[in-house]
Design a protein around this ligand. Structure first.
Ligand SMILES: [Zn+2]
Length: 298
């Protein structure tokens, strides 16, 4: 599924990277071997290599056309970015912008860029290297950043957050992918719930990072929820208390995951996490003891 509609809105998936990323035992804080044995068979091989236990993952962006605006949700890892803390995304050189253009979206046409949160794999294409300088990739866009993350990840504020989890993995991104946007006055820094276009709402769902925000797209009675890293993998639908090892606040992250899953079930929403392989989106059914995934599209 690379494109779908939500009422009159259109959604297009643009992939930056795909491959195997850790095993559940390594990715999930709170991993439980018995629960894994009981739930792994329910996961399609498109999401989990059953021979090696490797999680199948994607880095992908979503273009949302709604209310006459073109919104880019999450911007991947970017090119030429030095990432010593996470070698798999170090100094990438992909044709992401060509894929975006092939889908019909020139960088200058993007009206809004929304980062679900500020992490190395969600902000990368905010900027690109032009004559040795990090320049905004989407020159005509307003970039919507969550206020708590702007404060949290600024290296100048490091002393305020002694218990930071993701410092090593996220080394470098603020200075090459966020500060150049702030310095040019292209950012809109938001707090709380905010409607950024008709039928497009951002809501705070902190935990994975302090500023995690989800985007709800509503049109003509249909709903899609873009939830970033509130969950990383379908195993967390069956085991909603499993956090990733990259979550900053474990308790908040679990609460946010349960909240988002319950809302998706109640609203029959298309749930679009950042890193799902397979169909890249699901619907959620509530069960007597939790949740399970349903196909997003009939
Ligand atoms: Zn991520």
């Amino acid at each position: 599924m690379d494109a779908f509609t939500v009422g009159t809105a259109r959604v297009t998936r643009i992939e930056e990277w795909g491959g195997a990323f850790l095993t559940p035992e390594l990715l999930f804080a709170g991993f439980d071997a018995d629960r894994y044995a009981a739930t792994r068979e329910a996961i399609s091989p498109a999401y989990l290599d059953h021979a090696t236990d490797a999680i199948q993952a994607r880095i992908q962006s979503w273009v949302i056309e709604a209310d006459g605006r073109i919104i880019l949700f999450d911007t991947g890892c970017g090119n030429h970015k030095l990432r010593p803390g996470i070698p798999v995304f170090d100094n990438l050189n992909t044709d992401f912008l060509a894929r975006l253009a092939a889908a019909g979206f020139a960088p200058d046409a993007i009206d809004l860029v929304v980062c679900s949160h500020l992490h190395v794999d969600h902000v990368g294409w905010n900027t690109m290297l032009v004559e040795g300088e990090w320049q905004p990739t989407f020159a005509n866009a307003c970039y919507v950043f969550p206020a708590p993350d702007v404060e949290y990840w600024d290296p100048d504020n490091r002393h305020k957050f002694p218990d930071m989890v993701g410092e090593t993995v996220n080394q470098g991104f603020f200075d090459d992918s966020v500060r150049p946007i702030l310095d040019r006055g292209l950012a809109r820094i938001v707090s709380g719930s905010v409607e950024i276009a008709d039928g497009v709402r951002l809501d705070p769902n902190p935990g994975h990072t302090p500023g995690c925000q989800t985007l709800t797209l509503s049109s003509r009675g249909e709903t899609a929820m873009f939830v970033g890293d509130v969950l990383h993998h379908p195993l967390q639908i069956l085991n909603p208390d499993w956090n990733s090892i990259f979550c900053e606040d474990a308790g908040q992250a679990r609460a946010a995951r349960r909240h988002v899953l319950a809302r998706a079930a109640a609203e029959d929403a298309i749930l679009v996490p950042a890193h799902f392989a397979g169909d890249h989106a699901v619907r959620i059914a509530a069960t007597p003891d939790g949740f399970r995934a349903l196909p997003a599209f009939a």
